[in-house]
Design a binder for this molecule. Structure first.
Ligand code: NCD
Ligand code: ZN
Length: 346
């Protein structure tokens, strides 16, 4: 008997689409399965104002192939110069669904991020007042903090103080990678949610470093030890509505990944739903995949769940391209390291 699973069309609550030739090539990979995505603003230069977000949304919609439906949910990159009035106007018009906080220097294109958190206090207070979520890249950047500890230290030194100082601020801890992140979310109220990526449910740090360095598994926050991966799997498949899918699919061309100083990011847009079905099946939680990928995110963002559906069908191994060709060069698709059996149809 063929096993099938029909769920509401999923959304991606953390996605990098880039711009220009790469945008054109990667957008269909997401739009094929996903109805909406929270679009990361870390372009060069970053998307800082409402006007820049509107222009970026128009470029995304212009790059969407005929016949595909997709709604980009725009974000603004929080800087120390962000104007609370511009944020409020961009939110009131329905354009902007979140602000993104990058600690300065934490990851790809984060040089314009925040160093002095007191300087962004008026913006955070405005966001708490209007209910606009803050998406947080949760890693400290201090040179004396080990890269594997940067998420846990961020919770204590930055995130918890910000949340205490700004009651009512709604926060998404993006791409959590540790049991510390899971525990912090669980010990708080519904104003705090977390996204979990596809790849962090599948790889641990051994995948990056054992048997030769594997640049296509390198991303930020970097994958941690196995016990953390297991904590993420337990959270994602638990049914707890505070955890939802944000793939953090982050395309970089192969020459930029396979380099003496390779870029951070895993490109998972192409095979995410097949990977997730495999993970949820392994955990005996296929009935919770819809919550994780299609219900919990909209509930946090106070948006309706999608009416359309997708159907996952279990069969022979699914084939997908190893690489996506873009006008700037090839982008390697995430290799989960095991065969995928679930194909997706609309
Ligand atoms: C992201 C990118 O390439 O823009 N990279 C990554 O490793 N996840 C930035 C980010 O989300 O940290
Ligand atoms: Zn990201």
């Amino acid at each position: 008997m063929t096993q099938t699973l029909t769920i509401r069309r999923p959304d991606d609550w953390h996605l990098h689409l880039r711009d220009g030739a790469v945008l054109e090539a990667v957008l269909p990979e997401t739009a094929r399965h996903f109805a909406r995505a929270i679009i990361m603003p870390n372009l060069v230069p970053p998307v800082v104002t409402g006007a820049q977000a509107a222009a970026y949304r128009d470029r995304i919609l212009a790059a969407l192939p005929e016949g595909m439906a997709f709604e980009p949910l725009m974000t603004l990159y929080l800087t120390e110069d962000t104007d609370p009035a511009d944020v409020a106007a961009a939110h009131a018009s329905g354009l902007v669904k979140a602000l993104k906080l990058y600690p300065a220097g934490a990851t790809t294109n984060s040089a314009s991020g925040v160093t002095d958190f007191d300087k962004v206090r008026p913006v955070l207070e405005k966001m708490a007042e209007i209910g606009l979520p803050l998406c947080v890249h949760g890693e400290v950047t201090d040179h004396d903090i080990d890269i594997f500890d940067r998420e846990a230290v961020f919770i204590d030194r930055v995130l918890d103080p910000i949340r205490r100082a700004t009651p009512g601020l709604r926060v998404v801890m993006e791409h959590i990678t540790t049991s510390d992140g899971v525990d912090y979310v669980k010990s708080n109220n519904a104003d705090l949610g977390a996204t979990i990526t596809t790849h962090h449910l599948i790889i641990n740090r051994n995948h990056i470093l054992v048997g030769g360095i594997k640049p296509h598994y390198y991303c930020l926050p970097v994958a941690k030890r196995e016990s953390h991966r297991l904590a993420l799997r337990a959270a994602a498949t638990s049914g707890d509505a505070r955890f939802f899918l944000g793939t953090d699919s982050a395309p970089h061309t192969d020459p930029n990944k396979e380099s003496a100083c390779g870029c951070a990011g895993c490109f998972t847009a192409t095979n995410t739903m097949s990977c997730l079905a495999e993970v949820f099946e392994e955990e005996g939680a296929l009935d919770r995949l819809e919550g994780f990928a299609a219900l919990n995110g909209p509930a946090f963002y106070r948006l309706p769940a999608n009416e359309a559906t997708i159907t996952l069908t279990r069969g022979d191994a699914v084939t997908y391209p190893d690489k996506i060709e873009t006008g700037d060069g090839p982008v390697t698709v995430f290799d989960p390291g095991f065969p995928l059996h679930w194909s997706v149809s609309a």
